[in-house]
Write a protein that binds this ligand. Sequence first.
Ligand code: SF4
Length: 114
Amino acid sequence: MKKVAVIGCGAYMDSGYGCPGEWRCLKAAALGEGSFDEPSQVTAFVKCECPGRTIVPNLGMAIKLSEIKPDLVYLSSCLANAKPGCPYGTAEEFSQILEEKTGLKVILGTHDYH
Ligand code: SF4
């Protein structure tokens, strides 16, 4: 079973639209649905915070403190597929920075639930 870290859009999560961080990413990971090709353990769940500069250090701290290096990092669907999009960067830009800084592969999006 893969170990995964999920990063959500904090600006969206804090708005509380009936999901962010509450179940969608977690359900998809648990059941191996959406972007997860098998049931996966979520070992870290990190909130991006505007303007996104903390995304790398916060993920790094979660990995360090949990003492679990994930196999993959997922950008949540609310981050990767945001419409209107994040004003500070694209999901591709965030994933490129994360991959460069952590050496971990980043998957864009977590689920297709509505
Ligand atoms: S920087 Fe973008 S992805 Fe990060 S919390 Fe703000 S709006 Fe969301």
